[in-house]
Design a protein around this ligand. Structure first.
Ligand code: PRP
Ligand code: MN
Ligand code: MG
Length: 181
């Protein structure tokens, strides 16, 4: 029970895979946001690792702020109900916002969040997500900076949890069905 790696059926992405991809995305983001003082908005809690690694790759000025919006609790399925658990400290009026997320699953969280921030008067609201499950999409999300498309399986690690566990794995893996069934 203490060997958390042993509760995965397959490792999808290593720490190295993730860091290489974030470096690649950072090179594009640096160009797109040169002199724009980008506001990175991380979505707690899953996006903590992506934010920490992405922001340190950037060689431009970048502010950070955080929101907690939860679409579901400790289960494995999105409900579509989005609640703000913690709002931004920053006034986004006129700001160039880049939402940083770990994963686009149904897309409900990000489509809601993007329109919410547009409504507040941001100059632009784009999305950077490390992972996307194309086969789980319920609504289309226009993601500008995407790391990897992955299969529609229950993945954990690098910020992604199952019942608040596994976030501290360095890579991303598929959770063994016996853990949640
Ligand atoms: C997960 C994940 C994304 C969202 C994606 O967060 O981190 O934020 O779900 O799902 P969706 O595309 O179906 O909306 P969760 O609500 O589990 O909160 P957490 O980040 O604190 O784990
Ligand atoms: Mn999340
Ligand atoms: Mg979660």
């Amino acid at each position: 029970a203490h060997d958390i790696d042993g509760q995965l059926t397959e490792m999808l992405l290593s720490e190295e895979d993730i860091h290489a991809k974030l470096a690649e995305l950072a090179r594009v983001i640096e160009i797109d946001y040169a002199d724009k003082n980008v506001l990175l908005v991380g979505v707690l809690k899953g996006a903590v690792m992506v934010m920490a690694d992405l922001v340190r790759e950037l060689r431009i000025h970048a502010n950070m702020d955080w929101m907690a919006v939860s679409s579901y609790g400790s289960g494995t399925q999105s409900s579509g109900v989005v609640r703000i658990l913690k709002d931004l400290d920053t006034d986004v009026t006129g700001r160039h916002v880049l939402i940083v997320e770990d994963i686009i699953d149904s897309g409900l969280t990000l489509s809601w969040l993007q329109s919410n921030l547009v409504t507040r008067g941001a100059a632009s609201v784009e999305i950077c997500a490390l992972l996307r499950k194309p086969d789980a999409a319920k609504v289309a999300v226009d993601v500008k900076y995407l790391g990897f498309d992955i299969p529609n399986q229950f993945v954990v690690g690098y910020g992604l949890d199952y019942a608040e566990k596994y976030r501290n794995l360095r890579g991303v893996g598929i959770l063994a069905p016996h853990v949640y069934s």
